[in-house]
Design a binder for this molecule. Sequence first.
Ligand SMILES: [Zn+2]
Length: 198
Amino acid sequence: MTESLFLIRSFQWRHVTVVEIKNDIRCIKLILPNGKVVDVLSPVLGEICKWLQNETTKPESGGYIVGYQHTSTGNISLEAVSHPYLMDIKNRVRFDIRDPRHQLFLRKARRNKSYYMGVWHTHPQEVPVPSDIDWNDWNETMRSDTTGCQFVFFIIAGTKEWRVWAGALENGIIHELMECEKNTEGIYLKDETNEEFC
Ligand SMILES: [Zn+2]
């Protein structure tokens, strides 16, 4: 399999839309409970695609998510992720961030005004279902972490479908996010802010 970002196979987001990631890498737009839009940008999609557990030997992988909130609209962009390093703890069903390079990644991102926004990890399932450990981790994260916005984002990438949750820091409630509506050609219908369109 090629390492090229531009030949990653297609995948499904939740149960609805297939996104082709071939020559035309695009972002995914998700809708928050407050009506604001979250853009998951192509570097996030491309990096996570490299770590999918689509072979039985591949361990669980994960890392931090960084991004920023647009001050004018309140919309959010998730623009990059850290990936597994040597000192992380990983096996087929568990991944723990331990390598200090994840903290370096956050510091470097912060210098470029991109802030900690949450965590991602893979599952060996086609359609990922959060485990009890995931829910415990996420609730602990909600209690201990602050981000560059009012939410913490949790991405789980399965082998066929990916799912995203957003935890609201004001009340601790974690919602799964759905993708913004698209037309039959796959173009997002909700695009009130053209300058953010990707
Ligand atoms: Zn998990």
